[in-house]
Design a protein around this ligand. Structure first.
Ligand SMILES: Nc1nc2c(ncn2[C@@H]2O[C@H](COP(=O)(O)OP(=O)(O)OP(=O)(O)O)[C@@H](O)[C@H]2O)c(=O)[nH]1
Ligand SMILES: [Mg+2]
Length: 396
């Protein structure tokens, strides 16, 4: 009812010069504004492979079961996103902002939100930022809240507990100084710090980390747990409503040269291609591509930020993830069943020049072609290093 009244009032304000498009856009914004009054937007950041998508997916499953309409916005420097395909495979409504981080593509983020609101009317939206991105308070949260003051916005940082533990102990030499800077800044901007993958630490390490994190970040809500554990996800969800408008949220001082150097030290590779095989070995071949590519990266002693791969065949979706601290168990053996067609998506973030990463994939494909006597048409392989971050807005 309230919505109808607002549209009528707003239509009266339109002049004759307004094009139908402008009218539509304005109405859309108005529509959006009314919903933003109660809209919950949970920004989820944290370093590559820390468990953001796992956390969001599990939260969406729980909220959907409880009857909420939920939606997710994914984000990446490139296209063909494993996270998007994975979330959609779980039946979660997902939009993506591609080609750069939320801060550099603020307008795309905003349009994505508006599109959701007009098409789907979600009660809760999660937005996962690129794992190498930081400075969200100044470049995303504040600009959004200025435009939509009634938006209930929170920032969660998901951190790999074992990685943070090693950094605190001075052992994580595999992260360069610039990458550690980004890792640190992401933690500093959290309303809530979710020390994830707690299952990878022993009890005494976890206890020590909890004490240390509490003393390093006294103004933050800190929780430990595992995104694989529904109880921990429930606890995280319960914290969120109390965190919108967190008084501890301060704009960070960010040295953009250091931030850019950290991002630029990572090679990015995104590719998606079909694997047809008349002999029905399509899934086997896809799996072999992934394992061989991973092994090649390891053989070069390169640091993996995150290597994520997704195979789709028929109605099935299989996901493989490799991070510096964890190798996901291979999918169910049913993957070896007969399939004459599948589609493989690979998103690799590795500390090396993008050309090296691309060459490793090309070598992999050659090997597999030889082994299976097939021809693989990988199509365009997008390999690049993130550009210097250039936010559309930055508020103090
Ligand atoms: N052992 C363990 N593994 C986890 C946990 N949470 C996530 N993982 C695994 O960590 C890997 C990366 O998880 P994602 O959720 O894709 O990480 P992400 O932060 O979204 O990664 P990017 O989108 O690349 O930045 C996957 O293999 C997950 O299954 C956890 O609590 N424990
Ligand atoms: Mg993710």
């Amino acid at each position: 009812m309230l919505f109808e009244v607002k549209i009528v009032v707003h239509q009266c304000q339109l002049t004759e010069q307004d094009s139908p498009y402008a009218t539509f856009r304005t109405l859309l914004y108005y529509h959006a504004f009314s919903y933003f009054q109660s809209m919950k937007l949970h920004l989820v950041n944290g370093f590559l492979g820390s468990g953001k998508t796992t956390t969001i997916a599990a939260a969406c499953v729980q909220l959907k079961e409880a009857g909420f309409r939920v939606a997710v916005i994914t984000n990446d420097q490139g296209q063909d996103l494993v996270d998007t395909y994975y979330l959609r495979s779980l039946g979660i409504t997902t939009n993506e902002v591609t080609g750069g981080c939320f801060c550099c593509h603020f307008s795309q983020l905003e349009s994505s939100l508006l599109q959701f609101i007009s098409n789907y009317d979600p009660e809760v939206i999660f937005a996962e930022s690129v794992g190498s991105c930081t400075d969200l308070i100044a470049t995303v949260a504040k600009p959004l809240l200025q435009k939509y003051p009634h938006l209930e916005l929170t920032i969660s940082t998901v951190t790999d507990a074992s990685l943070l533990f090693k950094i605190i102990q001075g052992q994580a030499a595999f992260l360069t100084e610039e990458i550690r800077y980004i890792f640190q800044k992401q933690i500093e901007e959290a309303d809530i710090l979710f020390l994830n993958k707690a299952d990878q630490l022993i009890t005494s390490e976890l206890a020590l980390l909890t004490i240390q994190a509490g003393s390093f970040y006294p103004d933050k809500q800190v929780m430990t747990g595992s995104a694989l554990n529904p109880v921990d996800i429930g606890i995280w969800l319960n914290y969120l409503p109390g965190l919108s408008g967190a008084t501890s949220r301060q704009v960070l001082e960010v040295d953009y040269d250091r931030y850019a150097a950290g991002e630029a030290s990572l090679g990015w590779l995104n590719v998606r291609f079909p694997i047809p095989d008349t002999q029905g070995r399509s899934l086997l071949i896809a799996e072999k591509v992934i394992i061989t590519f991973h092994q090649k990266i390891i053989d070069q002693k390169l640091i993996i930020g995150h290597l994520k791969c997704l195979i789709k065949t028929g109605g099935e979706t299989y996901k493989f993830n490799f991070t510096s601290s964890s190798v996901e168990k291979p999918p169910d053996t049913s993957i070896h069943l007969f399939a004459s067609d599948s589609e493989l998506t690979i998103n690799a973030r590795v500390a090396c020049p993008p050309r090296q990463l691309k060459n490793l994939l090309l070598e992999t494909l050659k090997l597999i072609e030889h082994e299976f006597t097939i021809l693989l048409e990988a199509g365009p392989i997008h390999a690049f290093a993130p550009e210097y971050p250039n936010p559309q807005f930055r508020m103090d």
